[in-house]
Design a protein around this ligand. Sequence first.
Ligand code: DQA
Length: 142
Amino acid sequence: MKILVIHGPNLNLLGKREPEVYGCTTLDEINQQICELSKDLGIEAEIFQSNSEGEIVDAIQKKTYNLLIINPAAYTHTSVAIRDAISAVGRPAIEVHISNIHKREDFRKTSYIAGVATGQISGLGAEGYLLAVRASQKILNG
Ligand code: DQA
């Protein structure tokens, strides 16, 4: 069982970027927690970060995973291409946001991804990724 975790644009800056919104945990620290939990649960995890929409679409299309966990970051609110890629591959996808996108500016309340995702986790900080890993085990094992 393999999951692909995709972090979208600017998430490479976590820890330094608006800590009052996104917290002080760095992306490396989050990735380490994802790897440790996945290992404990017997799940293989591949992790990918990109600031480029096309690279994210390419990674989704590779279909080398059973389930996708994705924080599309700003592309959440704009990207028909990422939505279509998730739809096209037909793999379950969990959308994760560190901040609560429904409590912020109006433009963040619309997710192009939610309609093709199995579920969305928003506003629980870095813990959201770990909840998504736990949920992925349940989704894949039925
Ligand atoms: C985000 C929320 C998005 O609105 C924003 O553009 C991000 C991060 C989050 O994790 O809270 O870059 O996806």
